[in-house]
Design a protein around this ligand. Structure first.
Ligand code: C2E
Ligand code: MG
Ligand code: MG
Length: 579
């Protein structure tokens, strides 16, 4: 082996001479050209050792000798001593050491508290030069940077990068022992409002306290990481039954959800948790995190401040949702949306007063899609803003062609109120189509008033000042419908169709309709009963004093052309209303 080692080094005879202090001609007083070269080497910052073709250290530059002394070499450098140092400082065998030296990366040797990087260059005719560099400071800085890059500066917790390493390590251990692990993805509920209203210093302090609580909750082998603004991960090690993860998830929801005291203020937030188990829910980090995220999404849908375990069906649902989202993003450009119109009838004079615009999506494969199946998603991903703008413009365009004074009612989502563009959109739609503002009505639900109330009310007043009318839709289905009636002078209350449907079945159904109709009368608001399907319902509604009705009995929502035909017909089929 030594023979091939020597061949590999091309400069080491067998046996290695020892000791061979630096005794070659370059060290002597009669310097020749190579000797002058060698002296020049002393001036180079890196240490250089020249090993001659006979395997003797022919020259050691001053920095090289100083570095070797610092690193614990006693006596003159010989190949054998150097090799011994290298073996001690790398734990490698002689062969491997030579192989590394010949390789592009060189050799990294830990010597007595120092780290020395060694590279070997062959010097034709002269043997080889070993270039030594003390990289201790650089390595220390690199290691600090390595650590810093893996820590969240705010909480001192591992960040996503380090979590990844821990997770990979835990998953690698899975193969050797029977124990699994659990990934708990924790998302704070109501953190954003705290951050927005009380300021970032308070938000930061809150995050630090959450981190403390999470840290205090886990065992030694577990990892708590912060992977986003208000997103944390607990990697629970050594999990052999889902019950263990469930117990921890429950504690996270409970303890993170308890009140915090920050700068003299009591703050309350919540935690939603999605749990994925390894190996059952995935055996690689990406899949586990993704599945924990799906479970988290479910936990949020189910009302937040709770935990959910991943189930394969969640993935299927999410994929269906993603397909719907992709399709919906293209639907506007492809002109796949259309508006249908449902007439509203005034009961006093039995005349049509207006129509509600109801969106439909004519999907190339799914057929005609109900708004109930895509509006919620459009609201969630913000697509409702451009879709809603299209609805407003199209509804105004269509209504401008209807006989006066027929009005058009357009449903407006909370997200459209948030976007600031609503008033401008309406102003320009009215201007472009010539529809008088008084013939446009917007329908809002409680959801609109639940958010940023002051700004919303300001927007509503601006619309009212334009002459646009405002209706409260689905009245009675929310939590505090009554208080909203006091917040803004609505023109119209639309009684949710669930009350109309209940009228015959439940005793209180009719009482509720009577109460709302009375409320509308005393507040000077029109009351429309929605979802009137039978002549009996119509009779009772009329008796209770509602002013208008809308429902299948009068007409189903109609495509624009069908509505125009109906409006033009000499004897419009409203027999149900007249009955
Ligand atoms: P909504 O505003 O309460 O609209 C009334 C819904 O009741 C419509 O369902 C209508 O077709 C249905 N309906 C009317 N009469 C009857 C009846 O006699 N019986 C029964 N069973 N149902 C009746 P649609 O068109 O499926 O709309 C559902 C919801 O989707 C709407 O509820 C509204 O909240 C939303 N929506 C529809 N179009 C738009 C839109 O352009 N923008 C926004 N943001 N939301 C829309
Ligand atoms: Mg409506
Ligand atoms: Mg409604």
């Amino acid at each position: 082996m030594t023979a091939s080692l020597s061949a590999a080094l091309r400069v080491m005879p067998d046996p290695l001479p020892d000791p061979s202090p630096c005794s070659g001609p370059v060290c002597g007083p009669d310097a020749t050209a190579p000797q002058r070269l060698a002296r020049g080497l002393d001036a180079v910052r890196h240490g250089v050792l020249l090993v001659d073709p006979d395997g003797r250290v022919a020259h050691g530059s001053a920095p090289a000798l100083a570095l070797l002394r610092r690193s614990g070499l006693s006596g003159a450098p010989t190949v054998r001593r150097l090799l011994r140092l290298a073996r001690a400082g790398t734990g490698l065998g002689a062969w491997e050491i030579v192989a590394r030296l010949r390789g592009p990366l060189g050799l990294d040797v830990a010597l007595d508290g120092h780290r020395v990087q060694v590279e070997m260059h062959s010097v034709p005719g002269e043997g080889v030069a070993l270039v030594l560099e003390d990289v201790s400071a650089r390595r220390a800085a690199e290691s600090r940077a390595h650590d810093l890059a893996r820590l969240d500066p705010l909480t001192g917790l591992p960040n996503r990068l380090k979590l990844r390493e821990h997770l990979d390590a835990a998953l690698a251990r899975l193969e050797h022992n029977a124990e699994g692990c659990a990934v708990l993805l924790v998302d704070l509920d109501r953190f954003k409002p705290v951050n927005d209203t009380l300021g970032h210093p308070v938000g930061d302090a809150l995050l630090q306290k959450v981190a403390d609580r999470l840290r205090a909750m886990v065992r030694a082998g577990d990892t708590v990481a912060r992977i986003g603004g208000d997103e944390f991960v607990v990697l629970q090690a050594g999990v052999s039954t889902p019950g263990e993860a469930q117990a921890l998830a429950r504690r996270v929801v409970d303890l993170v959800g308890r009140t915090y005291m920050i700068e003299g203020q009591l703050l309350s937030i919540g935690a939603s948790v999605g749990v994925a188990l390894a190996p059952a829910d995935g055996q690689d980090a990406d899949r586990l995190l993704k599945n924990a995220d799906l479970a988290l999404y479910r936990a949020k849908l189910d009302g937040r401040s709770t935990f959910r375990f991943f189930e394969p069906a969640m993935d299927a649902r999410m994929q269906a949702r993603r397909r719907l989202e992709l399709d919906m993003r293209q639907a506007l450009a492809r002109r796949e949306f259309e508006l249908h119109y449902q007439p509203q009838l005034n009961l006093a004079d039995e005349r049509l007063v207006g129509c509600e615009a109801l969106i439909r999506w004519r999907h190339p494969e799914r057929g005609l899609v109900s708004p109930l199946d895509f509006i919620p998603l459009a609201e969630e991903i913000g697509l409702i803003v451009p879709i809603g703008e299209w609805v407003i413009r199209q509804a105004c365009r269509d209504a401008a062609g209807w006989p006066q004074p027929l009005a058009v009612a357009v449903n407006v989502s909370p997200a459209q109120f948030k976007s600031d563009r609503l008033v401008e959109t309406i102003v320009s739609a009215l201007a472009n189509t010539g529809l008088p503002a008084a013939r446009l009505e917007i329908e809002i639900t409680e959801g609109v008033l639940l958010q940023d109330n002051e700004k919303t009310l300001h927007t509503l007043h601006r619309l009212r000042d334009l002459g646009v009318r405002v209706s409260m839709d689905d009245f009675g289905t929310g939590y505090s419908s009554l208080s909203y009636l006091r917040a803004f002078p609505f023109d119209k209350i639309k009684i949710d169709r669930s009350f109309v449907a209940d009228m015959e079945a439940k005793a209180d159904g009719e009482a509720i309709i009577r109460a709302i109709a009375g409320l509308g009368r005393s507040l000077g608001m029109t009351t429309v009963a929605e979802g009137v399907e039978t002549a009996e319902q119509l009779r009772r509604i009329r008796a209770e004093g509602c002013t208008d009705v809308q429902g299948y009995l009068i007409s189903k929502p109609l495509a624009s052309d069908d509505l125009l035909r109906l409006l033009g017909a000499p004897d419009a089929p409203f027999s149900g209303a007249r009955a």
